[in-house]
Design a binder for this molecule. Structure first.
Ligand code: CP3
Length: 355
């Protein structure tokens, strides 16, 4: 494999010295970019982009071609590829988000779910990873990802997105054994899926626990964190002579950082509700931190964006162990120039913290 030309993202995740703070954006390939909208129109729809390795590679590289400051690429795919491979029948209704043809409601439904084989059932994702690695040619590292078992379970039980998690939380409290069986199957599926991505060329992996923050403190430990810990302990941590860092991102997990930091990952993703400097003091030397600008700051003008970047960098302070990111995904309404101003500000203003 070609040597990496820019490895500051991997170095910061392992708390090794860097020249400037590395930066990438969750959902960096997406609808705020006109070139993404054009590719999606060409492919027909979102799932066709994901399922065709050439299209997935094209849209993964679009933000990197536009913004030379980006220090990492993220595989273009979706967390819901796993439930789809389990036979749930994923589809997207325009403007309505994800939907499933089959919904998981009973213990019998859960018992019948297969554990997907990454090569046989998700080969299109493995092919996308190897295609992107080849095309990146060492420019920046490639991040692979999956959803957390709890986050995937909410979509499978609700049949799509939800505001109140009515069915999934009812199952958790009414029938905890059924929920545990579902989460256990998902943890096994996510482990082999992420290991497949690592073997195909992903150089770091992130677990998106987008809905962990909807749980009580006790339920979070038992129904979300326990399964992420299990996944982390089953991941390949070194490949091709390099460590493969693991990032856990629980949106709304700010109250539980100490216990998340004990789950065995290399880094924690933070949303914008926590103070980065305080988070650093709380987790100590256990993990690196990734985040955490409120993505809505990108609606403001470039000067305001720059001040917010400066504030967050100062809050973290000197030394490595910080990967700059948004606290959640960039939204379709953001002007591409504003994303550019954000990325430029991170590199320009962070050099002073790495001397
Ligand atoms: O970060 C990246 O650039 C990589 C691509 C990526 C997508 N989805 C592409 C996508 C990643 C990492 C995801 C993860 C994902 N998918 C999560 C976890 C992260 C988070 O946002 O909390 C979740 C919860 C999903 C499920 C999902 N996929 C939803 C709820 C939606 C619809 C909401 C929306 O933004 O439209 C999707 C669709 C989706 N996934 C899009 C993209 C670019 C938009 C599809 C389109 O082009 O219309």
């Amino acid at each position: 494999m070609t040597a990496l030309k820019n490895d500051r993202f991997l170095r910061a995740l392992l708390k090794q010295p860097v020249d400037v703070t590395p930066v990438w954006m969750m959902r960096q390939a997406g609808r705020y970019l006109p070139e993404y909208r054009a590719s999606r129109a060409n492919a027909g729809d979102f799932m066709s982009l994901c399922m065709n390795p050439a299209f997935a590679c094209e849209v993964t590289l679009q933000p990197l071609d536009r913004y030379p400051q980006l220090d990492a690429a993220i595989l273009f795919s979706d967390i819901l590829t796993i439930p789809d491979a389990m036979g749930q029948g994923l589809y997207f209704e325009t403007g309505e988000g994800p939907r499933f043809k089959k919904v998981v409601s009973t213990l019998a439904d859960i018992e019948a779910l297969p554990i997907p084989d990454p090569q046989k059932d998700l080969g299109y994702v493995m092919d996308a990873v190897s295609t992107i690695r080849r095309e990146l040619n060492g420019r920046v590292p490639l991040i692979g990802f999956a959803g957390s078992p709890w986050t995937l379970a909410t979509y499978m039980v609700e049949g799509g997105s939800s505001k109140d998690f009515r069915k999934s939380k009812a199952m958790l409290y009414d029938n905890p054994q059924a929920m545990h069986l579902l989460l256990d199957k998902l943890a096994q599926s996510v482990t082999s899926y992420l290991n497949g991505q690592i073997l195909a060329g992903a150089q770091a992996v992130q677990i998106f626990d987008s809905w962990g923050g909807s749980l009580s403190a006790a339920a979070y430990q038992e129904f979300s964190l326990a399964y992420m810990r299990k996944i982390v302990s089953g991941l390949i941590r070194e490949h091709d002579g390099r460590k493969v860092p693991v990032i856990l991102f629980t949106k709304g997990g700010g109250l539980w950082l100490e216990s998340i930091a004990d789950a065995g990952a290399d880094a924690l993703g933070l949303d914008w509700t926590c103070d980065l400097g305080e988070a650093r003091r709380r987790v100590g030397s256990k993990v690196a931190l990734q985040g955490n600008m409120d993505p809505t700051v990108l609606y403001a003008n470039p000067q305001a964006i720059r001040s917010e970047v400066a504030r967050i960098l100062a809050s973290y302070g000197t030394g490595s162990g910080h990967v700059f990111n948004l606290g959640h995904g960039i939204t379709p309404e953001v002007k591409p120039e504003h994303a550019g101003a954000f990325l430029e500000a991170v590199h320009e203003l962070s050099a002073q913290y790495h001397v």
